[in-house]
Structure formats: C-alpha cells, structure tokens
Design a protein around this ligand. Structure first.
Ligand code: SF4
Ligand code: SF4
Length: 427
C-alpha cells in the first residue's frame, strides 16, 4: 500500500480525466485492446482505473502499474475520441506519480539516473556492447544481428541493427558549413538522438550533407543528450527528464531552429513544457525551446521551402515502389502528415503507394516493446500485412525506433522489403 501518494501530476490533467464519457469508441482504435480485448488495455479502462485511484478505491500495486504500462502512447484513442479526451496525458502523469511514490526500480534506476544523463558513460557502455557483439555473436544478414543471447531483456531474439563501430558525434564536426559556392541561408542545430548517434550514424552524415548542400549551416553540439523519452514518458521518471531537458536546452541555446530525424525525439523535446516544467522559469524556457524544434520533413517543406527539384532519388531507390509508415509521434502527437508524403511524391523515379492504415501504431513504443515484446510483435504483424498489400519494395518512416520495429517484423514475417528513413531516399 502507498498511503503517501499525492497524485500531483495526475491532477494537472484532471480536465482530460473528466472529459471521458465512457462511450467506448476508443476500443475500435486502440492497438493494445485490439490484441487483448481487455478493458484495462484501452483508454476508457485506464481512465476508470485512475479515477479509482483518486477516489481511494484502488491502490498502486505491481499489477496496477503493469496495466498502466500496457499502452504505446499512440494517441489513436484521443484522435478518434468524440470528446477529445487525452487519456495518454493522464497515463504519463500516473506513471510519474507512481515513481514519486515508489521510486524507479532496479536496474532501471541505474539506467535512467546514472547512464542516460551521462552521454560519455552512455557512449562507452554502448561501445562495450558493440565490442561484445563483434566478439561473441555471428553476423546475420546485412548489418542485422540476431541478439538472442545478448541483452536478453532488450533482445528477446529480435533482429536488431548492429551498433555502429563509430558514433555520429565522433565522425562529424560540431559546425558543418555549406560547401563553397552555396550561400548560407540559415543555421540550425541537429538533435541527433541516441539511435542515429549510436546505430545509424550514416543517416546523420547524410542529413548533414543534404542540409549543407541546400544552404543550411548545421551545428551538432557535443553536449546534447538523450531526449529523455524512455525516462519521463516511458517510466515516469520526471527528475531524469528534467535533467536531460536542462542539458539539451543549454546545448542548443545559440540556434534558432533545431531539427530532428526522429519523431519520438521531436515530440518529446516539445513535450518538456507540458510534463516537466516545475517552475515558471522552466515553463518559459521549455516552451521557448519546444517552439524551435522541427521534424526534418516539416523543416524541409515548411521552413526551408525547398522546391520539388531539390528532391532527387538516391541511386539505390530509383525505379522502386515506396510506401510510408506514419510514426504515431509524428502524425498524431505533432500533426505532421502531409510533409513527408509531399517529399516522397516529389521524387522522380520512385513510385509512391499509400498503405492501408499507414498511421496505425507499429507497436514499438520504446520500453513498451521491451516489456511486452510478444504483444508488440502482434501489433507489428498487422503493420507488416499493410505493407505487404502495397507490393512496395521499400517502406520508409522518420523514426529510427519504428524502423527497428519494421526491420524486425518484416524479417520475422519473411517480407522482402527494405526499411529506410525518408532522408535516405534522397540524393
Ligand atoms: S476516451 Fe473518448 S472514445 Fe474512449 S470512452 Fe472515453 S470518451 Fe469514449
Ligand atoms: S494511447 Fe494508444 S495504446 Fe494507449 S490507450 Fe490510447 S489507443 Fe490504446
């Protein structure tokens, strides 16, 4: 029993809690409910659980926390809710109140509080993992390794891309200027995120090259850290979230725009103000910071306003059929739907095909897929069938987390499509 819990964070979103009229429309859209058919999986059920908590009828127990965690924060419930009740807000807040009352459990307390905020330590641990992979594990196809033995909590036999031998921050300079003869139109900060830094550095190099060729000076501050999503959204560890928010704000204070190639990072950086601001000073600083943050496709279309001719096909994608997967954080959290499609459709030499349910969650959702890999796989399998129905050669997205999920699920389902980041389509 946790008698001292105060529910301060939940109370900030009481409006959303009361908004729900229990109609049950969310049951048609919730990817977790559609697999489990259990009321506690869906927004309505979670809302009732949290109301029960506030009323004193329910207590935070291990089972309560587990049921609360069974949510990908995809926001499909909110997007299709007639009352526009934002239950994911309350779920995140409830996770935070749980942490206030019970703390963060081992080993996640070490990961969130000691490793994530220390970029060098984080990098060294990832490097050790990379070395361990290289020594002990056989290569599978391409750059994918099968991690059945290693990092069993994370791996669980899934196909995970190889950790890069060199991280992006070790490869690129802090300041990257446009080449000779190209006028500098603006200066942006590049938020690389952990995945691009540690797993897909060639994507980061390509983005810097593309932006500089198009007149953008790209600054990659070494001081930047993790966006904090696994800690504050996934685990409700708002203290760690604040530490990372303060670090990132300081790292990017000299730029007018911050671009990110990861939908989850972009959304999380913008969410600092909503969830983590605990003082008027932080509220103002977090809000100001959030306004500077742009998804890469949104930046190219809405800020840089590149002409269609700027989008040329990379040699390996010419003549291919391409489909697009909407990351939840992009399409529903940020409302970005048209920009990536506009970019893909502008590329000559590739054929765009829309997949059915392109905006359905892929089931990754960070730590959700670590805790509930079997459930995550079932959600992903539906996405794979959508991709299969298009006959596409390539599925693109703009979230390295979704990409990892799509790589794993297409290999498992023997679907021979290539998974790419949208920027990799471009020359
Ligand atoms: S969250 Fe929205 S869709 Fe779901 S039961 Fe409540 S009002 Fe209906
Ligand atoms: S955010 Fe997604 S997974 Fe969570 S309750 Fe809503 S629809 Fe279900």
């Amino acid at each position: 029993m946790v008698a001292k819990t105060k529910y301060d964070e939940i109370k900030k979103f009481e409006g959303d809690l009361e908004q729900c009229m229990k109609c049950g429309f969310c049951t048609f859209w919730c990817p977790v409910y559609q697999e489990e058919w259990v009321e506690s999986s869906v927004a309505r059920g979670k809302n009732m659980m949290i109301r029960g908590l506030l009323a004193g009828d329910l207590e935070y127990t291990k089972e309560f926390a587990a049921r609360l965690n069974k949510c990908t924060l995809c926001m499909a419930c909110t997007a299709n809710c007639p009352a526009k009740a934002n239950i994911p807000n309350i779920i995140v807040a409830a996770r935070a109140d749980t942490v206030k009352a019970r703390g963060v459990k081992f080993p996640y307390n070490i990961v969130y509080r000691c490793v994530l905020p220390r970029r060098t330590l984080f990098g060294n641990i990832v490097r050790f993992a990379s070395w361990f992979q290289g020594v002990f594990l056989p290569r599978t196809e391409g750059t994918i390794r099968h991690l059945a033995m290693f990092l069993s909590a994370l791996g669980k036999g899934r196909n995970i891309p190889q950790i890069a031998p060199k991280f992006l921050r070790q490869i690129v300079p802090v300041v990257n200027r446009p080449p000779a003869g190209v006028e500098t139109r603006m200066k942006v900060g590049y938020f690389t995120g952990c995945m691009t830094d540690f797993v897909f550095p060639e994507l980061g190099e390509h983005i810097i090259d593309f932006l500089t060729r198009n007149g953008v000076e790209v600054v990659v501050p070494k001081e930047q850290g993790c966006c904090g999503a696994p800690a504050f959204l996934g685990a409700g560890d708002f203290d760690t979230g604040r530490k990372l928010a303060d670090t990132n704000i300081k790292a990017f204070e000299d730029v007018d725009y911050i671009v990110s190639d990861c939908a989850t990072c972009t959304s999380s950086l913008k969410d600092y103000a909503k969830y983590l601001a605990d003082t008027p000073e932080r509220k103002e600083a977090y809000a100001r910071f959030g306004e500077k943050v742009y998804d890469i496709s949104q930046f190219l279309v809405d800020v840089l306003k590149l002409p269609a001719s700027a989008y040329r096909a990379a040699p390996e994608v010419k003549g291919k059929k391409v489909t697009w997967h909407d990351p939840c954080h992009l399409v529903r959290h940020l409302g970005i739907k048209d920009q990536p499609r506009q970019i893909i459709k502008s590329i000559p030499d590739v054929e765009y095909v829309e997949m059915p349910n392109a905006d359905r969650c892929c089931g990754m959702a960070g730590t959700f897929s670590v805790y509930y890999y079997d459930l995550s796989k079932k959600i992903a399998d539906k996405k794979v069938e959508s991709i299969r129905s298009t006959g596409a050669d390539i599925v693109v997205s703009s979230c390295p987390g979704c990409e990892i999920q799509l790589i794993d699920s297409t290999i498992r389902n023997k679907l021979p499509v290539k998974v790419m980041h949208i920027m990799e389509l471009l020359q």
